[in-house]
Design a protein around this ligand. Sequence first.
Ligand SMILES: Cc1cc2nc3c(=O)[nH]c(=O)nc-3n(C[C@H](O)[C@H](O)[C@H](O)COP(=O)(O)OP(=O)(O)OC[C@H]3O[C@@H](n4cnc5c(N)ncnc54)[C@H](O)[C@@H]3O)c2cc1C
Length: 442
Amino acid sequence: MKIGIIGGGLMGMALAFRISELNASVKVFERDSQLGGLSTHYNYGNFTWDKFYHVIVPTDGSLINLITDIGLGDSLNWSRSFTGYYVNKSFYSLNSPKEFLLFPLLNIWDKIRLVFTIFYGGRISNWKKLEGVTVKDWLIQMGGKKNFNKFWEPLLLAKLGENYKRVSAVFIWTYIRRLFKAREHPVEKDFMGYVSGGYKTVFDRLEKELIKNNSSILKNTSVKSIRPLDGGGIEVKYDDKVEHFDKVIFTAPLNVLENVTSPEFCEIVKNDQAIEYLGVVCLALVTKKPLTPFYVLNMGDVNSPFTGVIGISSLVDPEQTAGEYITFFPKYIPADHTYWSMPDETIEEIFMKGVRDLYPELNDGDLVAAHINRAYKVQPLQVLNYSTIIPEIITKHPDFFVLNTSQFVSDSVNNNRVITHVNSFMEQFAVELKTKAKTNTV
Ligand SMILES: Cc1cc2nc3c(=O)[nH]c(=O)nc-3n(C[C@H](O)[C@H](O)[C@H](O)COP(=O)(O)OP(=O)(O)OC[C@H]3O[C@@H](n4cnc5c(N)ncnc54)[C@H](O)[C@@H]3O)c2cc1C
């Protein structure tokens, strides 16, 4: 049985690994020169690490199982993570009940209501109910106006800009559930994880396992068209070549799917309301000294050029990054934002001014390098009733399948979700492969 997989991001590579374990021969097509997609790596000069920041939380069970299954369980490291809040030119650590009680922006009654919002939000299971209410109305209803104005609104503005006014309460619900539920995890409270060497280690190992299982990966190979064959099976065109597969699974983004298939073969039923995506522009700053003790510094300062500060080196052992320290400064922006047309140097200048305002003690001598990285379509804007506007993908051939992050309705885009998506697909697909293998041997 010959299976083609389009896209060598985590979705494609995890699928390829699971299928290759079932004695099928898999070929992965990846457009870029390296595997990983949004989870790929980047050369920072003296070390290689993820291009964008990635963290594993203790409740990422499906992802942790995959990492263990490919033999990297011992390379998983857990470190205590710390959260901060920056507002009115001051940093506040919010990592213990005492620090929370001392947080000066809110009075005790507001704090009780804030804790209630987080506690209650983390326990809601029917997200559908939250789709029809704006995040603003829901947060005011739960925690009151003062909590909203002083705590939540600056965070929402920093994260989504004015777009937050059109976003439903599902947005904050997914955020609360993933991050705050992880903190309640009984085993590793407040801990976050990473694999030694970052996601490069994971993709290198997946590649090795695939080759061991008689499968292959074609990098630098952009698939140009996919179409059904008259006698059964699927044809894939790439470079100047044509190859036939028994089954093909497509994992790249929706706009690529539209370009490489015809509607008679794979229909994308769209709603009149177009999906708006947020992309990310991110400064990765390499320094000789640690910049922040916090894994996440939430920005309550609406004028900041970035959405938050992600102190990867507060978790990752400096040995992993050649004794240097790396801090990410992301800004989530819509498709029409002026940053997209600016050269990296201009964005670096704007972001570095923000960095110097935040950390005036930072000396030029402590700076090693600054890198600007961009990703265009990362997270859909979860507007009101988002589930009713996501396009429906209808594959019209029994041997062609689509699995991508556009199918996530009530979740943020994260790697544990990617693996649960792969696992639920495999439950059915594995049965199909086994049945076909039996039929072929009879
Ligand atoms: C700034 C940022 C921070 C993040 N932080 C976290 C985090 O802390 N924790 C977490 O769990 N997740 C995080 N994520 C999310 C994580 O990166 C994604 O969940 C994951 O990478 C999605 O994988 P995917 O395979 O579905 O898609 P992608 O990574 O987009 O993979 C799709 C692949 O298809 C390839 N492709 C496209 N067109 C073609 C073609 N025509 N032919 C062949 N190949 C093609 C692309 O090159 C790409 O490699 C973060 C993402 C970003 C951007």
